[in-house]
Design a protein around this ligand. Structure first.
Ligand code: FES
Length: 99
């Protein structure tokens, strides 16, 4: 289980597909926030070291959140608002160990 969880589950009103699995989200929150809330914080991988990365800044500065969204590669998930039905492919599709 991740150390993060939603404070208000009642706000969840969208579903996105992440690496082929449905993930509950809130319309308009960032994709990075949705993934963190779903216990998938380590969803990116360093192209240099191969190590798992997690969103760090959440303001578009660190690139620790790159993933493919609706077929667009290298999207900063922290800057992309959730829209129900969107399809996300992470660079680390292995489930995190803490789920
Ligand atoms: S979390 Fe830093 S750029 Fe997205």
């Amino acid at each position: 289980m991740s150390g993060f969880r939603r404070s208000r589950e009642a706000l969840v009103d969208a579903t996105i597909t992440v690496d082929g699995e449905p993930v509950a989200a809130v319309e308009g929150e960032s994709v990075a926030s949705a993934l963190i809330a779903a216990g998938r914080a380590g969803f990116a991988v360093s192209g240099k070291t191969g190590h798992r990365l997690a969103p760090y800044c959440l303001i578009g500065a660190c690139f620790g959140c790159l993933c493919e969204i609706d077929g667009r590669p290298q999207v900063q998930a922290c800057l992309e608002p959730v829209r129900s039905g969107m399809v996300v492919r992470t660079r680390n599709p292995e489930p995190p160990h803490d789920r």
